[in-house]
Design a protein around this ligand. Structure first.
Ligand SMILES: Nc1ccn([C@@H]2O[C@H](COP(=O)(O)OP(=O)(O)OP(=O)(O)O)[C@@H](O)[C@H]2O)c(=O)n1
Ligand SMILES: C[C@](O)(CO)[C@H](O)COP(=O)(O)O
Length: 237
């Protein structure tokens, strides 16, 4: 009997890219002639586990459906917060007939350089977990905590943080479908602020496995991330 759970992939692409500051949403910025969204779909398409993908886009998005993708895509409408976009994707996946024990993979459109081997690694890890697994990379720099001050004033160091056992979370993040829906409902009811789905599990003290990922899997967030991302994509080509 085939006990491998089905994988339902979603890419969240409903953000506005305010920190990036471009005139259009950053997921439509072109690198090597392709948008970030197309690059991210292509990376997922390299995975042996993924044959199609849900794209969670803004209600007023008129770009995504004009693009060509390297595997079949379906669309869901995102929300104001990232976790609400994920919740919309989860609902669309459930409506499509997914089973509770299937796995859901969530990836940021803003992370187009994720190595496909990392995608398969985090999926395989999640298959052996009761709740899920995420890609992450151990912090490499010394971390400073600053005094909270008026942004118009110079900022000073309050303390250096112990960086042992500190990781930077990435995506994909992969979870059991029914468990993900349950924890997102908890986040909604308790109005908990989260910036990734693993945090929702943490809010209920549910264990999520960390899988060491590539430092090439950067997220395009600020304008000067573009130079580094462009170099990484060129080297990966
Ligand atoms: N309401 C939101 C917010 C974010 N995202 C997606 O989540 C990913 C990571 O979020 P982030 O880097 O913060 O993107 P933005 O929210 O667009 O950026 P900013 O916070 O600078 O506006 C992106 O692919 C973004 O499109 C989303 O689908 N729905
Ligand atoms: C999900 C994420 O990419 C993990 O690092 C990150 O939390 C997204 O945060 P953002 O503020 O929505 O970019």
């Amino acid at each position: 009997m085939n006990t491998t759970p089905r994988i339902h992939a979603m890419i969240v692409a409903a953000g506005r890219g305010s920190r990036f500051g471009a005139s259009m949403a950053k997921q439509y910025t072109l690198f090597q002639g392709q948008t970030l969204l197309q690059h991210s779909v292509a990376r997922l398409a390299c995975s042996v586990f993924i044959e199609q993908c849900w794209l969670v886009i803004a209600a007023d998005d008129t770009t995504a459906q004009t693009l060509d993708f390297t595997m079949p895509v379906q669309y869901a409408t995102g929300g104001a917060e990232r976790w609400q976009s994920v919740q919309a994707g989860v609902e669309a996946i459930r409506q499509s007939g997914a089973a509770d024990t299937d796995l859901v993979l969530i990836h940021d459109a803003a992370r187009p350089a994720v190595p496909s081997c990392d995608i398969d690694k985090v999926i395989t890890a999640a298959m052996h977990e009761p709740y899920g697994a995420i890609l992450a990379t151990p912090v490499a720099d010394t971390l400073k905590h600053s005094y909270a001050q008026d942004a118009r004033l110079p900022t000073y160091i309050a303390q250096t943080l112990d960086r042992s056992n500190i990781w930077q979370a990435q995506t994909p993040q992969v979870f059991r479908l029914d468990q993900l829906q349950k924890v997102l409902q908890h986040v909604s009811e308790q109005q908990i602020a989260i910036t990734d789905e693993a945090s929702a599990f943490e809010s209920l003290s549910l264990p999520i496995r960390l899988v060491a990922g590539s430092r090439q899997n950067i997220k395009l967030t600020y304008p000067d991330d573009a130079v580094l991302l462009s170099a990484i994509l060129s080297l990966q080509a």
